[in-house]
Design a protein around this ligand. Structure first.
Ligand code: TRP
Length: 456
Protein backbone atom coordinates (compact mmCIF):
# COMPACT_ATOMS: atom_id res chain seq x y z
CA UNK A 1 0.00 0.00 0.00
CA UNK A 2 2.13 2.89 -1.14
CA UNK A 3 0.51 6.21 -0.64
CA UNK A 4 2.39 9.23 -1.84
CA UNK A 5 2.16 12.46 0.09
CA UNK A 6 -0.09 14.14 -2.47
CA UNK A 7 -2.87 11.70 -1.76
CA UNK A 8 -2.67 12.31 1.97
CA UNK A 9 -5.74 11.24 3.90
CA UNK A 10 -7.97 13.72 5.72
CA UNK A 11 -11.28 14.03 7.53
CA UNK A 12 -14.37 14.23 5.34
CA UNK A 13 -16.48 16.97 6.95
CA UNK A 14 -16.76 19.65 9.58
CA UNK A 15 -18.58 17.26 11.88
CA UNK A 16 -15.79 14.72 11.55
CA UNK A 17 -13.26 17.43 12.37
CA UNK A 18 -15.18 18.38 15.50
CA UNK A 19 -15.64 14.84 16.79
CA UNK A 20 -12.07 13.81 16.06
CA UNK A 21 -10.64 16.87 17.80
CA UNK A 22 -12.99 16.49 20.73
CA UNK A 23 -12.17 12.80 20.99
CA UNK A 24 -8.54 13.74 21.41
CA UNK A 25 -9.29 16.29 24.11
CA UNK A 26 -11.71 14.11 26.04
CA UNK A 27 -9.93 11.29 27.77
CA UNK A 28 -8.58 10.09 31.07
CA UNK A 29 -7.82 13.76 31.61
CA UNK A 30 -11.53 14.44 32.20
CA UNK A 31 -12.57 11.33 34.02
CA UNK A 32 -9.45 10.34 35.94
CA UNK A 33 -7.09 13.32 36.19
CA UNK A 34 -9.48 16.26 36.50
CA UNK A 35 -11.43 14.86 39.48
CA UNK A 36 -8.40 13.69 41.42
CA UNK A 37 -6.39 16.86 40.84
CA UNK A 38 -9.40 18.99 41.77
CA UNK A 39 -9.76 16.84 44.88
CA UNK A 40 -6.07 17.14 45.78
CA UNK A 41 -6.05 20.90 45.22
CA UNK A 42 -9.09 21.94 47.18
CA UNK A 43 -11.98 22.06 44.68
CA UNK A 44 -13.70 25.18 43.27
CA UNK A 45 -10.78 27.61 43.37
CA UNK A 46 -8.62 25.20 41.39
CA UNK A 47 -11.43 24.86 38.88
CA UNK A 48 -11.49 28.62 38.26
CA UNK A 49 -7.73 28.83 37.70
CA UNK A 50 -7.92 25.86 35.39
CA UNK A 51 -10.68 27.43 33.29
CA UNK A 52 -8.78 30.73 33.08
CA UNK A 53 -5.68 28.93 31.80
CA UNK A 54 -7.68 26.92 29.28
CA UNK A 55 -9.12 30.11 27.80
CA UNK A 56 -6.20 32.50 28.03
CA UNK A 57 -3.40 30.11 27.18
CA UNK A 58 -5.10 27.02 25.80
CA UNK A 59 -7.14 28.54 22.98
CA UNK A 60 -4.27 30.64 21.57
CA UNK A 61 -1.86 27.69 21.61
CA UNK A 62 -4.49 25.46 20.01
CA UNK A 63 -4.92 28.02 17.23
CA UNK A 64 -1.15 28.09 16.66
CA UNK A 65 -1.14 24.33 16.32
CA UNK A 66 -4.12 24.44 13.96
CA UNK A 67 -2.34 27.02 11.84
CA UNK A 68 0.87 25.00 11.66
CA UNK A 69 -0.93 21.75 10.88
CA UNK A 70 -3.50 22.79 8.33
CA UNK A 71 -1.33 25.24 6.42
CA UNK A 72 1.33 22.56 5.84
CA UNK A 73 -0.61 19.28 5.94
CA UNK A 74 2.33 17.44 7.43
CA UNK A 75 3.26 15.67 10.66
CA UNK A 76 4.59 17.70 13.61
CA UNK A 77 8.25 17.53 12.53
CA UNK A 78 7.58 17.93 8.80
CA UNK A 79 5.15 20.81 9.33
CA UNK A 80 7.69 23.01 11.11
CA UNK A 81 10.31 22.08 8.56
CA UNK A 82 8.04 23.15 5.74
CA UNK A 83 7.43 26.57 7.30
CA UNK A 84 11.07 27.21 8.28
CA UNK A 85 13.17 24.70 6.31
CA UNK A 86 16.36 23.42 7.87
CA UNK A 87 15.97 25.46 11.05
CA UNK A 88 16.35 24.41 14.67
CA UNK A 89 12.65 25.04 15.22
CA UNK A 90 12.10 21.43 14.21
CA UNK A 91 12.93 20.73 17.82
CA UNK A 92 9.26 21.49 18.55
CA UNK A 93 8.35 18.38 16.59
CA UNK A 94 10.99 16.20 18.22
CA UNK A 95 10.07 17.44 21.70
CA UNK A 96 6.50 16.54 20.82
CA UNK A 97 7.59 13.06 19.86
CA UNK A 98 9.31 12.69 23.24
CA UNK A 99 6.29 14.00 25.15
CA UNK A 100 4.01 11.68 23.21
CA UNK A 101 6.04 8.69 24.34
CA UNK A 102 6.32 9.84 27.97
CA UNK A 103 2.58 10.49 28.17
CA UNK A 104 1.74 7.17 26.59
CA UNK A 105 3.98 5.28 29.05
CA UNK A 106 1.74 6.14 32.00
CA UNK A 107 -1.49 6.83 30.11
CA UNK A 108 -1.61 3.33 28.63
CA UNK A 109 -1.03 2.00 32.11
CA UNK A 110 -4.07 3.82 33.53
CA UNK A 111 -6.08 2.83 30.44
CA UNK A 112 -5.17 -0.75 31.32
CA UNK A 113 -6.65 -0.30 34.81
CA UNK A 114 -9.85 0.92 33.16
CA UNK A 115 -10.05 -2.13 30.89
CA UNK A 116 -9.46 -4.40 33.85
CA UNK A 117 -12.30 -2.67 35.71
CA UNK A 118 -14.69 -3.35 32.81
CA UNK A 119 -13.83 -7.00 33.18
CA UNK A 120 -14.19 -6.88 36.98
CA UNK A 121 -17.57 -5.20 36.85
CA UNK A 122 -18.90 -7.68 34.32
CA UNK A 123 -17.79 -10.52 36.57
CA UNK A 124 -19.41 -8.86 39.57
CA UNK A 125 -16.15 -8.64 41.53
CA UNK A 126 -16.93 -5.06 42.56
CA UNK A 127 -20.50 -5.40 43.80
CA UNK A 128 -21.77 -5.18 47.37
CA UNK A 129 -18.43 -4.29 48.90
CA UNK A 130 -17.44 -1.87 51.64
CA UNK A 131 -15.45 1.31 51.04
CA UNK A 132 -12.35 -0.45 52.44
CA UNK A 133 -12.76 -3.51 50.26
CA UNK A 134 -13.06 -1.39 47.14
CA UNK A 135 -9.88 0.45 48.09
CA UNK A 136 -7.97 -2.72 48.67
CA UNK A 137 -9.11 -4.19 45.34
CA UNK A 138 -7.66 -1.15 43.62
CA UNK A 139 -4.38 -1.39 45.51
CA UNK A 140 -4.10 -5.08 44.71
CA UNK A 141 -4.93 -4.57 41.03
CA UNK A 142 -2.31 -1.93 40.38
CA UNK A 143 0.48 -3.39 42.48
CA UNK A 144 0.42 -6.90 41.07
CA UNK A 145 2.92 -7.63 38.34
CA UNK A 146 1.07 -9.53 35.67
CA UNK A 147 -2.50 -8.26 35.60
CA UNK A 148 -1.93 -4.54 34.93
CA UNK A 149 0.69 -5.25 32.26
CA UNK A 150 -1.67 -7.62 30.52
CA UNK A 151 -4.38 -4.96 30.37
CA UNK A 152 -1.94 -2.26 29.34
CA UNK A 153 -0.87 -4.33 26.34
CA UNK A 154 -4.53 -5.04 25.63
CA UNK A 155 -5.34 -1.30 25.62
CA UNK A 156 -2.42 -0.65 23.28
CA UNK A 157 -3.54 -3.42 20.96
CA UNK A 158 -6.98 -1.79 20.68
CA UNK A 159 -5.42 1.58 19.84
CA UNK A 160 -3.05 0.01 17.32
CA UNK A 161 -5.81 -1.92 15.55
CA UNK A 162 -7.84 1.23 15.02
CA UNK A 163 -4.88 3.31 13.89
CA UNK A 164 -3.78 0.84 11.18
CA UNK A 165 -7.15 1.38 9.55
CA UNK A 166 -6.11 4.94 8.78
CA UNK A 167 -7.39 8.44 9.36
CA UNK A 168 -10.80 8.14 7.75
CA UNK A 169 -11.66 4.48 8.25
CA UNK A 170 -10.15 4.32 11.70
CA UNK A 171 -10.11 7.63 13.54
CA UNK A 172 -13.03 9.38 11.85
CA UNK A 173 -15.41 6.43 11.71
CA UNK A 174 -14.86 5.40 15.32
CA UNK A 175 -14.94 8.84 16.94
CA UNK A 176 -18.20 9.84 15.21
CA UNK A 177 -19.94 6.87 16.83
CA UNK A 178 -18.20 6.82 20.18
CA UNK A 179 -18.35 10.48 21.23
CA UNK A 180 -22.18 10.71 21.35
CA UNK A 181 -22.38 7.37 23.21
CA UNK A 182 -19.92 8.64 25.77
CA UNK A 183 -21.98 11.73 26.38
CA UNK A 184 -25.19 9.78 26.97
CA UNK A 185 -23.48 7.33 29.32
CA UNK A 186 -21.99 10.04 31.49
CA UNK A 187 -25.35 11.79 31.87
CA UNK A 188 -26.89 8.54 33.14
CA UNK A 189 -24.10 8.19 35.70
CA UNK A 190 -24.65 11.78 36.83
CA UNK A 191 -28.32 11.24 37.45
CA UNK A 192 -27.45 8.38 39.77
CA UNK A 193 -24.75 10.32 41.61
CA UNK A 194 -27.00 13.33 42.12
CA UNK A 195 -29.57 11.21 43.91
CA UNK A 196 -27.03 10.14 46.56
CA UNK A 197 -27.49 11.62 50.05
CA UNK A 198 -24.08 13.36 50.03
CA UNK A 199 -24.54 14.90 46.60
CA UNK A 200 -24.91 18.51 47.76
CA UNK A 201 -21.67 18.46 49.66
CA UNK A 202 -19.90 16.99 46.63
CA UNK A 203 -21.28 19.63 44.30
CA UNK A 204 -20.33 22.35 46.74
CA UNK A 205 -16.79 21.05 46.89
CA UNK A 206 -16.52 21.11 43.11
CA UNK A 207 -17.97 24.57 42.57
CA UNK A 208 -17.43 26.62 45.72
CA UNK A 209 -14.11 28.49 45.38
CA UNK A 210 -12.01 28.45 48.53
CA UNK A 211 -8.92 30.36 47.46
CA UNK A 212 -7.08 29.71 50.71
CA UNK A 213 -6.59 26.12 49.61
CA UNK A 214 -4.52 27.13 46.58
CA UNK A 215 -0.74 26.80 46.68
CA UNK A 216 1.90 27.86 44.16
CA UNK A 217 2.11 24.26 43.12
CA UNK A 218 -1.61 24.04 42.40
CA UNK A 219 -1.29 26.90 39.93
CA UNK A 220 1.35 25.00 38.01
CA UNK A 221 -0.74 21.86 38.15
CA UNK A 222 -3.77 23.76 36.80
CA UNK A 223 -1.69 24.92 33.84
CA UNK A 224 -0.40 21.42 33.19
CA UNK A 225 -3.96 20.14 33.33
CA UNK A 226 -5.22 22.80 30.91
CA UNK A 227 -2.60 21.74 28.37
CA UNK A 228 -3.09 18.07 29.01
CA UNK A 229 -6.85 18.37 28.70
CA UNK A 230 -6.79 20.19 25.40
CA UNK A 231 -4.03 17.95 23.99
CA UNK A 232 -1.66 20.90 23.57
CA UNK A 233 2.06 21.51 23.43
CA UNK A 234 2.92 18.16 21.93
CA UNK A 235 1.87 18.17 18.29
CA UNK A 236 -1.42 16.30 18.59
CA UNK A 237 -3.35 19.31 17.35
CA UNK A 238 -0.75 19.96 14.64
CA UNK A 239 -1.20 16.40 13.45
CA UNK A 240 -5.00 16.31 13.62
CA UNK A 241 -5.40 19.72 12.00
CA UNK A 242 -3.24 18.51 9.13
CA UNK A 243 -6.26 16.29 8.33
CA UNK A 244 -8.81 19.14 8.65
CA UNK A 245 -10.98 20.29 5.76
CA UNK A 246 -9.92 23.62 4.26
CA UNK A 247 -13.26 25.27 4.87
CA UNK A 248 -13.32 24.55 8.60
CA UNK A 249 -13.73 27.55 10.86
CA UNK A 250 -10.89 26.61 13.18
CA UNK A 251 -11.49 29.31 15.79
CA UNK A 252 -15.06 28.10 16.15
CA UNK A 253 -13.81 24.51 16.32
CA UNK A 254 -11.34 25.32 19.09
CA UNK A 255 -13.96 27.13 21.16
CA UNK A 256 -16.52 24.37 20.69
CA UNK A 257 -14.00 21.71 21.60
CA UNK A 258 -12.76 23.57 24.69
CA UNK A 259 -16.31 24.19 25.87
CA UNK A 260 -17.53 20.62 25.31
CA UNK A 261 -14.40 19.25 26.92
CA UNK A 262 -14.97 21.38 30.02
CA UNK A 263 -18.57 20.19 30.20
CA UNK A 264 -17.44 16.59 30.16
CA UNK A 265 -14.90 17.23 32.93
CA UNK A 266 -17.61 18.85 35.03
CA UNK A 267 -19.99 15.97 34.34
CA UNK A 268 -17.26 13.57 35.47
CA UNK A 269 -16.74 15.65 38.62
CA UNK A 270 -20.49 15.57 39.26
CA UNK A 271 -20.43 11.77 38.99
CA UNK A 272 -17.52 11.42 41.40
CA UNK A 273 -17.63 14.02 44.19
CA UNK A 274 -21.10 13.18 45.55
CA UNK A 275 -19.83 9.63 46.05
CA UNK A 276 -16.74 10.83 47.85
CA UNK A 277 -18.87 12.55 50.46
CA UNK A 278 -21.59 9.94 50.65
CA UNK A 279 -19.26 7.00 51.21
CA UNK A 280 -16.45 8.71 53.09
CA UNK A 281 -13.71 8.26 50.50
CA UNK A 282 -10.81 10.66 51.07
CA UNK A 283 -11.25 13.56 48.67
CA UNK A 284 -7.50 13.72 48.16
CA UNK A 285 -7.11 10.06 47.30
CA UNK A 286 -4.82 10.83 44.36
CA UNK A 287 -4.74 8.72 41.16
CA UNK A 288 -6.92 6.00 42.66
CA UNK A 289 -9.91 8.32 43.24
CA UNK A 290 -11.92 7.23 40.20
CA UNK A 291 -11.43 3.54 40.91
CA UNK A 292 -12.28 3.91 44.58
CA UNK A 293 -15.48 5.87 44.09
CA UNK A 294 -17.29 4.64 40.99
CA UNK A 295 -17.77 1.05 42.19
CA UNK A 296 -19.43 2.50 45.32
CA UNK A 297 -21.84 4.62 43.30
CA UNK A 298 -23.34 1.62 41.62
CA UNK A 299 -22.55 -1.17 43.97
CA UNK A 300 -25.79 -1.31 45.95
CA UNK A 301 -28.14 -0.38 43.14
CA UNK A 302 -30.47 -2.63 41.14
CA UNK A 303 -28.78 -3.13 37.76
CA UNK A 304 -25.76 -1.51 39.39
CA UNK A 305 -23.42 -3.90 37.66
CA UNK A 306 -24.69 -2.97 34.26
CA UNK A 307 -24.33 0.73 35.00
CA UNK A 308 -20.86 0.24 36.43
CA UNK A 309 -19.80 -1.72 33.39
CA UNK A 310 -21.17 1.08 31.23
CA UNK A 311 -19.23 3.67 33.16
CA UNK A 312 -15.94 1.88 32.70
CA UNK A 313 -16.71 1.26 29.03
CA UNK A 314 -17.28 5.00 28.69
CA UNK A 315 -13.97 5.71 30.34
CA UNK A 316 -12.27 3.18 28.10
CA UNK A 317 -13.77 4.86 25.03
CA UNK A 318 -12.49 8.24 26.15
CA UNK A 319 -9.06 6.84 26.97
CA UNK A 320 -8.80 4.93 23.71
CA UNK A 321 -9.72 7.78 21.39
CA UNK A 322 -7.37 10.12 23.27
CA UNK A 323 -4.54 7.59 23.00
CA UNK A 324 -5.18 7.33 19.29
CA UNK A 325 -4.42 11.02 18.99
CA UNK A 326 -1.22 10.73 21.01
CA UNK A 327 0.09 7.72 19.14
CA UNK A 328 -0.97 9.26 15.80
CA UNK A 329 1.66 11.98 16.39
CA UNK A 330 4.40 9.36 16.50
CA UNK A 331 2.85 7.32 13.69
CA UNK A 332 2.62 10.32 11.34
CA UNK A 333 6.22 11.36 12.06
CA UNK A 334 7.64 7.90 11.50
CA UNK A 335 5.50 7.19 8.43
CA UNK A 336 6.22 10.46 6.66
CA UNK A 337 9.73 11.29 7.78
CA UNK A 338 11.19 7.78 7.61
CA UNK A 339 8.92 6.74 4.74
CA UNK A 340 7.87 3.46 6.33
CA UNK A 341 4.40 1.96 5.97
CA UNK A 342 1.62 3.01 8.30
CA UNK A 343 1.28 -0.51 9.58
CA UNK A 344 4.95 -0.90 10.55
CA UNK A 345 4.90 2.54 12.09
CA UNK A 346 1.90 1.69 14.27
CA UNK A 347 3.40 -1.61 15.37
CA UNK A 348 6.81 -0.15 16.12
CA UNK A 349 5.33 2.66 18.22
CA UNK A 350 3.02 0.37 20.17
CA UNK A 351 5.98 -1.89 20.89
CA UNK A 352 8.13 0.98 22.20
CA UNK A 353 5.24 2.13 24.39
CA UNK A 354 4.55 -1.34 25.73
CA UNK A 355 8.19 -1.88 26.70
CA UNK A 356 8.79 1.43 28.49
CA UNK A 357 5.21 1.72 29.63
CA UNK A 358 5.69 -1.39 31.73
CA UNK A 359 8.14 0.63 33.85
CA UNK A 360 5.29 2.99 34.69
CA UNK A 361 2.92 0.14 35.42
CA UNK A 362 5.38 -1.63 37.68
CA UNK A 363 5.96 1.51 39.74
CA UNK A 364 2.43 2.89 40.03
CA UNK A 365 1.81 2.00 43.66
CA UNK A 366 3.97 1.89 46.77
CA UNK A 367 3.96 -1.89 46.82
CA UNK A 368 4.75 -2.36 43.10
CA UNK A 369 7.84 -4.22 41.98
CA UNK A 370 9.80 -1.13 40.88
CA UNK A 371 8.36 1.31 43.42
CA UNK A 372 11.74 1.92 45.04
CA UNK A 373 13.57 3.06 41.91
CA UNK A 374 13.50 6.86 41.83
CA UNK A 375 14.45 9.43 39.17
CA UNK A 376 14.73 12.91 40.67
CA UNK A 377 12.91 11.55 43.70
CA UNK A 378 9.97 10.25 41.67
CA UNK A 379 8.90 6.78 40.60
CA UNK A 380 8.88 6.04 36.86
CA UNK A 381 5.12 6.52 36.80
CA UNK A 382 5.18 9.91 38.53
CA UNK A 383 8.25 11.02 36.63
CA UNK A 384 6.69 10.36 33.20
CA UNK A 385 3.50 12.11 34.29
CA UNK A 386 5.14 15.10 35.98
CA UNK A 387 7.78 15.81 33.34
CA UNK A 388 5.37 15.54 30.44
CA UNK A 389 2.40 17.45 31.89
CA UNK A 390 4.16 20.08 33.94
CA UNK A 391 7.37 20.70 32.01
CA UNK A 392 7.29 19.45 28.41
CA UNK A 393 3.72 20.45 27.48
CA UNK A 394 3.99 24.06 28.75
CA UNK A 395 7.48 24.29 27.23
CA UNK A 396 6.17 22.94 23.92
CA UNK A 397 3.30 25.42 24.10
CA UNK A 398 5.74 28.26 24.73
CA UNK A 399 7.88 27.33 21.72
CA UNK A 400 4.83 26.89 19.50
CA UNK A 401 3.48 30.32 20.50
CA UNK A 402 6.84 32.03 19.97
CA UNK A 403 7.30 30.29 16.64
CA UNK A 404 3.86 31.39 15.44
CA UNK A 405 4.04 34.90 16.87
CA UNK A 406 7.55 35.75 15.71
CA UNK A 407 8.32 33.60 12.67
CA UNK A 408 4.98 33.77 10.90
CA UNK A 409 3.69 37.04 9.49
CA UNK A 410 0.43 38.27 10.94
CA UNK A 411 -1.18 38.57 7.49
CA UNK A 412 -0.28 35.01 6.63
CA UNK A 413 -1.66 33.71 9.90
CA UNK A 414 -4.92 35.58 9.47
CA UNK A 415 -5.20 34.56 5.82
CA UNK A 416 -5.03 30.88 6.81
CA UNK A 417 -7.33 30.89 9.82
CA UNK A 418 -9.88 33.07 8.02
CA UNK A 419 -9.94 30.47 5.22
CA UNK A 420 -8.38 32.85 2.69
CA UNK A 421 -10.30 35.84 4.05
CA UNK A 422 -13.66 34.17 3.55
CA UNK A 423 -14.57 34.33 7.26
CA UNK A 424 -15.77 37.61 8.65
CA UNK A 425 -14.33 37.65 12.18
CA UNK A 426 -11.27 39.76 11.21
CA UNK A 427 -11.29 41.59 14.50
CA UNK A 428 -11.21 38.41 16.56
CA UNK A 429 -8.37 37.00 14.47
CA UNK A 430 -6.22 40.11 14.96
CA UNK A 431 -6.85 40.03 18.67
CA UNK A 432 -5.91 36.38 18.72
CA UNK A 433 -2.59 37.09 17.02
CA UNK A 434 -1.81 39.84 19.52
CA UNK A 435 -2.51 37.38 22.37
CA UNK A 436 -0.24 34.81 20.74
CA UNK A 437 2.57 37.29 20.27
CA UNK A 438 2.48 39.37 23.43
CA UNK A 439 0.52 37.60 26.14
CA UNK A 440 0.59 33.82 25.88
CA UNK A 441 4.39 33.32 25.70
CA UNK A 442 5.09 35.65 28.61
CA UNK A 443 2.53 34.10 30.90
CA UNK A 444 3.82 30.67 29.99
CA UNK A 445 7.39 31.70 30.63
CA UNK A 446 6.62 33.12 34.06
CA UNK A 447 4.76 30.01 35.09
CA UNK A 448 7.43 27.69 33.72
CA UNK A 449 10.27 29.50 35.50
CA UNK A 450 8.31 29.28 38.71
CA UNK A 451 7.76 25.61 38.19
CA UNK A 452 11.42 24.93 37.56
CA UNK A 453 12.36 26.73 40.75
CA UNK A 454 9.75 24.63 42.48
CA UNK A 455 11.45 21.46 41.35
CA UNK A 456 14.70 22.62 42.89
N1 TRP B 1 -6.41 15.30 26.22
C1 TRP B 1 -6.35 13.92 26.54
C2 TRP B 1 -6.98 13.69 27.91
O1 TRP B 1 -7.50 14.56 28.50
C3 TRP B 1 -4.95 13.36 26.52
C4 TRP B 1 -4.19 13.76 25.33
C5 TRP B 1 -4.43 13.41 24.04
C6 TRP B 1 -3.06 14.60 25.34
N2 TRP B 1 -3.50 14.01 23.23
C7 TRP B 1 -2.66 14.73 23.99
C8 TRP B 1 -2.39 15.26 26.34
C9 TRP B 1 -1.58 15.55 23.68
C10 TRP B 1 -1.33 16.06 26.00
C11 TRP B 1 -0.92 16.22 24.70
O2 TRP B 1 -6.99 12.61 28.42
Amino acid sequence: MSRNTRKREGFSSGLAVFFATLSSAVGLGNIWKFPYLTGDNGGGAFLIIYIAFALLLGIPVMMCEFYIGRSTKRNAVGAIDRIKPGSLWKIIGYAGLLSAYLIMFFYSSVAGWVYSYIFKSIRGTLSHLSTEDIQSIFDKTVSSSFEPIFWQVFALAVVGSILVLGVRNGIERLTKILMPILFILIIICDIRALTLPGSLEGIKFLFYPDFSSLTKNSILIALGLAFFKLSLGMGTMITYSSYFTDDNNMLATSLKVAFSDLCISLLAGIAIFPTVFTFGVKVNSGPGLLFKTIPLVFSKLPFGNILMTMFFILTAIAATTAMMSIVEVTVAILTEELKISRKSSVMLNCLIIAVFGSLATLSSSSSSLLADIKIFGKTFFDFFDYVSSNVLLPLGGLLIAVFTGYIIKKEKFIFEISNKNSLEQKYAFSLLFILIKYVTPFLLLIILLNSLSLIN
